[in-house]
Design a protein around this ligand. Sequence first.
Ligand code: F6P
Length: 539
Amino acid sequence: MSKLTEMMEWLDLGAHYNDLKDVHLRELFGKDLERTNNMSIEACGLFLDYSKNRIQDDTVGKLVALAEACGMKDAVKAMFSGRKINESEDRAVLHIALRNRRNNAIEVDGENVMPGVNSVLERMANFANEVRAGTWKGYTGRQILNVVNIGIGGSDLGPAMACEALKPFSKREITVRFVSNVDSTHFAEATRDLNPEETLFVVASKTFTTQETMTNAQTARQWVLDSMKDEEAVARHFVAVSTNADEVAKFGINTELMFEFWDWVGGRYSVWSAIGLPLMLSIGPLNFMTLLEGAHAMDCHFEEAPLWENMPVVMGLLSVWYNNFFGAHTHAVLPYDQYLHRFAAHLQQLDMESNGKSVGKDGEPVDCETGPVIWGEPGTNGQHAFYQLMHQGTRLIPADFIGFCKTHNNLSDHHDKLMANFIAQTEALAFGKTADEVKADGTEGTLVAQKTFEGNRPTNTILAEELNPFTLGALVALYEHRVYVQGVIWGVNSFDQWGVQLGKVLASKVLDEIQAGDDAKLDHDSSTNGLIRRVREGK
Ligand code: F6P
């Protein structure tokens, strides 16, 4: 395959961009009254209106031509068939198997992975049912009322986001907390009001070697022992979620209390696996299965729908359009639902750890920009913080607006107001306010320019009836596949993360130096040496 930016389809998009870059959404909407009907997709309980993008009716066709030339269909097939598409780690990429509710065989190295997936799900469900029913007791015979997940990155963000998102479906008697940061404050504050005798720790780590998680897990172990003064207590207050049985056993957790997953599940794609245990403890096995159903529905859509009607494909390609042709550096994700307040944080890891690459699968430097910076906050809070820049700043910030017709908390007219803002913002971003319109309001002089809104700021709107396990499953899977679509276009491996290694190695050396206190041995640059000395002296 030729270099991406030399491909005919890429060059065609470049020319198309030149034709379109100065065309305003006002004009595009004005000349096509059917625009929204033609530029929307409905699937898996989600409605995507992508008409407020800077595209013409032939733009998606051109983007799809690029996708086809980049082998999108084969890439999708390769993932679903269990091929080892994570080549740098020689692994298959099968988060889709974790939610494969039709249960067809998916083979890795000649072995069907589905019996293993189903058996872990069953073990998780049995355990969750026992804890939720109060029959799983702590060491002193007390019921478990608190679950504390200890994990970081993918072993934290997905389940933490989903526990918040699905709070209305949770068993409120059980408090679920997440400790991720190696900063002792996180553990101390998360446990300060908990009774150890009523607390279950889920130590979640794919590798079971991650410094932050192991440090927090050791502290938790001591916290339990300080209270119950018997090693036997560990077995009633700790379970593990990991791919690494040896390390789990070394830590002192009985491997019968380990819920396994597999190397073909990437950390940031693992909420559907046993990493979802704290979520299942919170919302129960049935709701957890419905979450999997929602994700599975999106998987089927992604696998089967034609590229131009395929929600993750269209969203992925639009993101490429802004990232590579309009030069947008960031992408905002703006959920108009307080329960999704951790959604952008989860997407940050999902997208930025996946596509934050400057070398392609072939080991050569990529010849275009890759993953954008993903960020966002729930509406309407963002409106009173960073929307000013989105409306009138010099940068183009494509944004996804996510909202739900129904609320779980029907208090007076809050929800109508929330949704009014949700809709009004995309209208304002798209159409703005012209200088003439500003003058017509009676404004004069230099204020006219300052009160003018250029508009032409692109957005996607994703609307669903209600935030529930099914829609959340579909929504998260939508973004997972969107990430893959972009990775395929850019030719990067979206499933490894070598860029996190160097910091980990250096931190372990610096840790020794902070603790050893031997100035003569410091062999870094002057800044690093100086900072180590200062921390040592000041601690
Ligand atoms: O940040 C790097 C990373 O490897 C992530 O990919 C992963 O989600 C996280 O660390 C935690 O890893 P583990 O589950 O092995 O503790």
